[in-house]
Design a protein around this ligand. Structure first.
Ligand SMILES: NC(=O)c1ccc[n+]([C@@H]2O[C@H](COP(=O)([O-])OP(=O)(O)OC[C@H]3O[C@@H](n4cnc5c(N)ncnc54)[C@H](OP(=O)(O)O)[C@@H]3O)[C@@H](O)[C@H]2O)c1
Length: 332
């Protein structure tokens, strides 16, 4: 079967390979992939910036498809069902944080950028009916990350002012859509004029260019202060985010695209009673709640582009260059 595997010797560091199709073991299911989606994690793996990466592994955490085979101990009723895959494996029983055995589908375990993938049967859920395979594939990793950031940690409420930074990002688009569906007033930042204009059309209150020096002051003035920020950039401009927050505000971040934060405005944090919280993906409970929320509000993930597997290089390069608005999907 076809699979996009990591290959550090090839110029693109990836290879559209012909690999052996595995057989299900006890408690596993085999999914015939109809669509898979990229996350920035796949690009970090391609760049060699992820721990314990290995050549030959099939990348991809997100996928949707049809159950084609079930291992011993798995309900035969799953056969032929249209499903999406929860890529968070072995989170554990603590809602507060993942356990030490936690892993993410698509490194070190073979992932979804293949014609077939084998996963533990408890990782699949029925595809919400309003979603196509392409939009369903876009949902899992970014959707659960945004959901946990916004609801479990962020405790977002209707009417609150929420700022989602880097609107073009996969997680950011879900944070934006989920916050809007909750009845929050949502503001965004983006380096791209086209993306800012799309955000305004989709219901953002205002959109700021985080590359502009004075953007934080502009955001503070125009919003009157933000209650909750969802961020993935961190880095040395983190203090700008503190500047925009109302007293008692919350800042939840799930990435460090701009690297570590060298200097934090400590006085601002304690005097304004700010909460700063890190978050990663989500528990099984977060995933179930996220799927219910998406079904209830009939949320349709924003797709950037759908590529055939053969065009994997263009798909990965688009993500590397940050050109996408929404999720990049690949189909076998
Ligand atoms: N902890 C977790 O569980 C988790 C889960 C998913 C992702 N992440 C991390 O979160 C980050 C984003 O992931 P993704 O998959 O959503 O990536 P993505 O789809 O590739 O999004 C990247 C976006 O980041 C935005 N960005 C870049 N520099 C920024 C800055 N200085 N300030 C604000 N936004 C900035 C850009 O938005 P514009 O184009 O709009 O400017 C860009 O489009 C990555 O570092 C990833 O590793 C972590």
């Amino acid at each position: 079967m076809k699979a996009i595997t990591l290959d550090s010797a090839s110029p693109s560091k990836l290879y559209l390979n012909e690999v052996q199709e595995g057989k299900c073991k006890n408690g596993e299911v085999k999914i015939s992939i109809r669509a898979a989606a990229l996350n920035h994690r796949d690009e970090w793996c391609r760049k060699g910036l992820y721990p314990n990466i290995q050549d030959g592994i099939t990348l991809g955490s997100d996928g949707a498809g049809v159950v084609e085979e079930v291992g011993d101990g798995v309900d035969l009723g799953w056969l032929g069902k249209q499903v999406i895959i929860n890529p968070a494996i072995h989170w554990g029983s603590d809602q507060k944080a993942q356990g030490k055995d936690f892993e993410i589908l698509g490194m070190p375990r073979n992932g979804t950028l293949a014609e077939k993938v084998i996963v533990p049967a408890d990782r699949i859920v029925l595809k919400p009916e309003h979603l196509s395979f392409e939009t369903a594939a876009a949902l899992p990793l970014a959707g659960v990350t945004a959901y946990r950031a916004l609801f479990y940690h962020g405790l977002v409420k209707s009417g609150e002012k929420v700022l989602v930074t880097g609107f073009g990002g996969g997680v950011a688009q879900f944070a934006f859509q989920f916050a809007l569906a909750t009845g929050a007033k949502v503001f965004v930042s983006s380096s791209s004029e086209a993306k800012r204009s799309t955000a305004l059309k989709l219901g953002a209150e205002a959109a700021f260019d985080y590359k502009e020096k004075e953007w934080a002051e502009e955001a503070l003035q125009s919003s009157g202060g933000i209650d909750l920020i969802i961020d993935s950039a961190a880095g040395n401009t983190f203090n700008n985010l503190l500047h925009v927050l109302n007293p008692g505000g919350r800042l939840i971040f799930y990435g460090a695209t701009r690297g570590n934060i060298n200097e934090l405005n400590a006085r601002k944090i304690f005097w304004n009673q700010l909460k700063i919280q890190g978050t990663t993906m989500g528990s099984d409970q977060d995933f179930e709640e996220m799927i219910q929320f998406v079904s209830q509000h009939e949320i349709n993930p924003i797709l950037d582009q759908v590529f055939p597997f053969e065009k994997f290089e263009s798909a990965f390069d688009r993500m590397r260059d940050g050109k996408q608005l929404g999720k990049i999907v690949l189909v076998p």
